[in-house]
Design a binder for this molecule. Structure first.
Ligand SMILES: *Cc1c(COP(=O)(O)O)cnc(C)c1O
Length: 462
């Protein structure tokens, strides 16, 4: 299996190389050269299997020669061992033909654990074999940083440095990043906003001396291995509702388009998905684009579903690549236009997108009302992101096709919004109940590239 760039001008890579490099050299995103398909019988045979076995069968064709079957099975087993639910991704019913896929039973209580836990084990296995070490640097507004720290803590071949904006993450998010005690975890509270943290990370990647010297690696949501890990739960949930013998639809709370794009890959692999519905909060660039064809970033308005507060949705480039029939030059031209303010999707590409994708947008008030109503009707407490999904699904559901809405985070990660909507304070799961008693370890640092680079070099003692 070979990987190509969405902009058509970067070297073709193996799975292992694409995973370790993240972004392609032409600025594009890696995709498999062709998408393997599963037969009706292959999909039917997934029914009733453990999550790990489904994961193995879905992902195996994409990893090529990178790992043997035994190695890959062990990587998967380790990745999901720390989840707090035997089913890994359990499905609960909300209403007639409407189901909620709970993706928040991982170690940091958000769906990002599905991909990050796997990528941690993939990196470790690959680096141990080559004898290399890497330094992972990431910026976070909360969820990605804690998921990365949980995934890489204690691994031998990796140091992980996470920059978060001092004083601007929730207490649960901060404690998840500052309480791990392993010496390869380095949590940095930087002065400034999330955008400043992200800008310093970009600066480090553009400082080639530093980048090569410390062997910098990135694990943000454009990494293909992260998308791949997310394909699995589309299959596991659909077969438990009767696929491939009947169709299902999904509604996905969306920011960077990584999670819903994994659903698109599942569909291309043969899973009978009728609709993939993009659910956005008031930061609705994707909804506007799917409705009008115009992709034009506006300023970000902070919301109660902060993990979906985005201006530019990086993984949308992958969907555009397929909508434009795999024309890398066309995608490259669109991305140039984006630098000038935005672009218009061609008529043909719009039609291709609308065959699969639908969309909706939810206001802050309606998000709170959905948390309140869903709790009253079902007893299920939704986090604000999941509530955006449930509200859009409620408005879209048509006919007899079951709708599965993805619940992307545990309500206890966003206690203030959940409490104000429902009157109930969402409790942390028992295995995390001592989070507020654990010691914190964090380094304050200024918004200063030189100081950050010096600290990283010292910590990894190069
Ligand atoms: C990251 C995140 C999202 C958005 O997922 P994308 O893959 O970026 O579209 C939604 N909800 C939560 C809780 C998240 O952490």
């Amino acid at each position: 299996m070979k990987y190509i760039s969405t902009r058509g001008a970067a070297p073709i890579l193996s799975f292992e190389e694409a995973m370790l490099s993240g972004l392609a050299r032409d600025g594009g995103l890696y995709l498999p050269e062709s998408i393997p398909t599963l037969s009706h019988g292959d999909i039917a045979a997934l029914s009733g299997l453990p999550y790990e076995e489904i994961a193995f069968r879905i992902m195996r064709p994409f990893i090529g020669e990178t790992f043997t079957d035994d190695e890959f099975a062990e990587i998967i087993a380790k990745a999901y061992a720390g989840f707090g639910h035997d089913a890994r991704a359990p499905l609960v019913q909300l209403a007639e033909n409407h189901f909620l896929l709970e993706l928040f039973h991982g170690p940091t209580l958000a769906f990002k654990d599905f991909a990050m836990q796997l990528i941690g084990q993939l990196f470790e296995a690959s680096l141990k074999r080559s004898g290399n070490r890497v330094t992972i640097v990431g910026a976070t507004s909360g969820d990605t940083g804690s998921a990365a720290i949980e995934a890489f803590r204690g691994l031998e071949a990796v140091d992980v440095f996470i920059l978060y904006p001092h004083g601007r993450v929730s207490e649960v998010q901060r404690r998840q990043m500052t309480t791990p005690s392993e010496s390869n975890v380095h949590t940095l509270a930087m002065d400034g906003h999330f955008d400043d943290c992200q800008a310093r990370v970009k600066d480090m990647f553009n400082d080639f001396d530093f980048r090569d010297g410390v062997r910098l690696a990135g694990v943000n949501s454009i990494n293909w291995a992260r998308v791949l890990a997310q394909v699995v739960y589309y299959f596991s949930s659909a077969v438990s509702l009767g696929a491939p013998h009947r169709k299902v639809s999904f509604t996905v709370p969306t920011g960077n388009f990584g999670d819903i794009f994994a659903g698109y890959i599942a569909k291309r692999m043969g899973l009978p998905i009728e609709q993939l519905v993009v659910a956005t909060n008031q930061n609705d660039i994707l909804h506007r684009c799917l409705a009008t064809g115009d992709y034009r970033p506006d300023g970000v308005i902070p919301s109660i579903s902060p993990s979906m507060d985005i201006q530019v949705s990086s993984n949308f480039e992958r969907a555009l690549f397929y909508a434009y029939g795999g024309d890398g030059a066309a995608i490259s031209a669109l991305m140039d236009e984006l630098k000038e303010g935005g672009f218009k999707v061609s008529q043909g590409a719009r039609e291709a997108l609308s065959e699969t994708f639908n969309s909706g947008r939810v206001s802050e008030e309606d998000t709170l009302a959905t948390i309140r109503n869903t709790f009253a009707r079902t007893g299920e407490l939704l986090c604000p992101h999941s509530a955006v999904g449930v509200q859009v699904a409620n408005a879209q559901r048509i006919g007899h096709t079951p709708m599965i809405t993805l619940a992307t985070a545990h309500p206890a990660k966003f206690p203030d919004a959940v409490k104000s909507a429902s009157g109930v304070h969402p409790a942390l799961p028992p295995r995390m109940a001592d989070l507020f008693d654990r010691d914190e370890r964090v380094t304050r640092i200024g918004n200063d590239l030189g100081a950050i680079e010096t600290l990283i070099r010292e910590r990894i003692a190069l």
